[in-house]
Design a protein around this ligand. Sequence first.
Ligand SMILES: [Fe+2]
Length: 337
Amino acid sequence: MLGSRTIVPIDPLLNDTDAASVVDLCIHFGRYRTYGELEPIEIPEGPGLVQRHDSVMNFVNTGGLHRAAETPRTLAARTSYFREEYAYGGELIAPDIAPFLFSSRLADAARVVHGRSVVEPQIAYANLMVPGQELAVHTDVPEFRGVSRKTVPQWLLVVMHHSGLFDQYRMHIATGIAWFSDLVGGALAYWPDGPAGPMVHHPIHTNTALVLDTDSVFHGVDRVSPVSADAMPPLRPGCGLRAEGDRWIVRGPDDAVLADYRWSELRLSVSWKAYCFASEADRDTWRAHADDLTLDAILETLCADLSERRGERVERDEHLGLALIDEYIRFPVVTPA
Ligand SMILES: [Fe+2]
């Protein structure tokens, strides 16, 4: 079994004042970029692969949660949602996020999810989605001692976790997904019993959260509200979303207005991530980099395991990346509603 399947609901998450200040922060933060705007880290074993090649391929091949046969341009518009960080590495980027980042309810839930007592909150980021958008099924990008999304490709980190070969180096991350919108659509779709089990839809309500191991539990987001392919604005990486007066405006890379929305049409979730350690000694090993992985050791281990599974020598060449994604990441099958 991959990771933890324990899921802890929190309702309410914050007191009314702190919940209102999260919404206020979101509105006044400024411009939100699209997720996926950053250039991917490339390695010779996977030239040309995008950051989340695993979930993008699965989305394009299956049509996502709605199994829609749409053009790549429409699929890009549906999944180019907006994200900015409010805290990173335990440091506040936006001071008003402090009650959220250091919420004792989130920390207590994280202890339950991983059964580990030492919890270090690391990250808070906002995801904003507009009508017609959805989030492709995926597991989150995990971390291991010595490697993170800052140093190796995201798809490789996901492969590493799904392979189970690097568990002794894995950072146990608990994720709290908190919602600050009340919408009929945009439910969290997830597979609490693993990819072979049923898909569950969790409706979203403002100031509530679920805390779980999103590195291990497959999840996505149902469409925020129905918008036909023809009516989708050409959202794509490079677009930006910002509150201007009482409207939310999407502008393209050339600053031209592509769409505008009311606040009540948007879906705001704020995600919280914390490292969970079994002990202070466990945390100190991570801090001291006393037992870190290297990229070379990772690829050698994966190559050897794949060779054994196939019963023939697999070369460490430019085809390895796709072969690893194909072998180790088994997505759930979305059945028609
Ligand atoms: Fe996720």
